[in-house]
Design a protein around this ligand. Structure first.
Ligand SMILES: [Zn+2]
Length: 257
């Protein structure tokens, strides 16, 4: 008789050998079945790969109880690789809405994982990459670690209606099921890459060309691209009393001055 999701989250504990073994089976299945994820440091990935990873985790770590619980409640879940998430590794969102003129509330879930962070990690910055306290050997490994964290959020939302990865309950589940010791990722962020590879950080003076014209400005913010402020009397007024025009420039196009 399999455990229900509630007892599984409260009680189930795997040894580190069991965890390693299950993770490896999942990894090998993905590498075997995916059209895109054919090596640990894959260059392309599809939302379907994320969904497959979820199914395998549900099977090997949650006795299929996540999908069973969602199916029993008629609550769908979808998966998305996000290019806009530049700081968070993953995100689990529950949306509840009322059907027009109906009394029923409908609930759906979405798990998003940052492909931006995944792709710029294990790329041109070489250092140890730790996610949730566990060292990752490559992109697929890091992606598994992020999804493990999000699946605990999902499980908590399903059973307790709330989820907080800084709370005791979460860290207990994360330790028992996945041997996570922290809840942070150390994937390579744009700011780190900007600094290490291009020597650029917020406040840097830079020069760049845009539509054939050379501009000089100051880096204000770094996300996927850098936000560069260029003094311009027709520009927007900023808190330092000056007016600036704002540009979004790929890091590789900036030169420090
Ligand atoms: Zn979290």
């Amino acid at each position: 008789m399999p455990m229900d999701l509630d007892s599984l989250l409260r009680e189930k504990k795997f040894t580190s050998e069991e965890i390693d073994c299950r993770r490896l089976e999942i990894r090998n299945t993905v590498l075997d079945k995916s059209r895109y994820v054919t090596e640990g440091n894959f260059e392309r990935i599809h939302n379907r790969d994320l969904e497959r990873l979820y199914e395998l985790y549900d099977e090997r770590f949650f006795d299929d109880r996540i999908r069973a619980t969602l199916a029993a409640r008629g609550e769908p879940i979808s998966f998305r690789l996000s290019s806009r998430m530049t700081r968070m590794g993953g995100k689990t969102v529950r949306t509840t809405y009322r059907i027009p003129r109906g009394r029923k509330r409908e609930t759906e879930f979405e798990i998003a994982i940052s492909e931006t962070l995944l792709f710029q990690t294990f790329e041109d910055i070489e250092r140890e990459v730790v996610v949730n306290g566990v060292t990752c050997r490559d992109r697929l490994d890091a992606m598994q670690r992020i999804l493990e964290h999000e699946l605990i959020h999902l499980g908590e939302l399903l059973i307790w209606n709330d989820s907080d990865c800084n709370a005791h309950r979460f860290s207990g589940i994360a330790a028992r099921l996945f041997a996570h010791t922290h809840t942070k990722h150390q994937l390579v962020t744009q700011s780190e890459r900007a600094l290490k590879k291009f020597g650029i950080t917020p406040g840097s003076n830079v020069r760049f060309r845009f539509d054939g014209i050379e501009y000089h400005g100051v880096v204000n913010r770094i996300t996927k691209r850098a936000t560069v402020l260029v003094e311009d009397r027709d520009g927007e007024l900023y808190s330092d009393g000056k007016r600036y025009q704002k540009f979004y420039i790929p890091l590789g196009m900036l030169e420090t001055t």
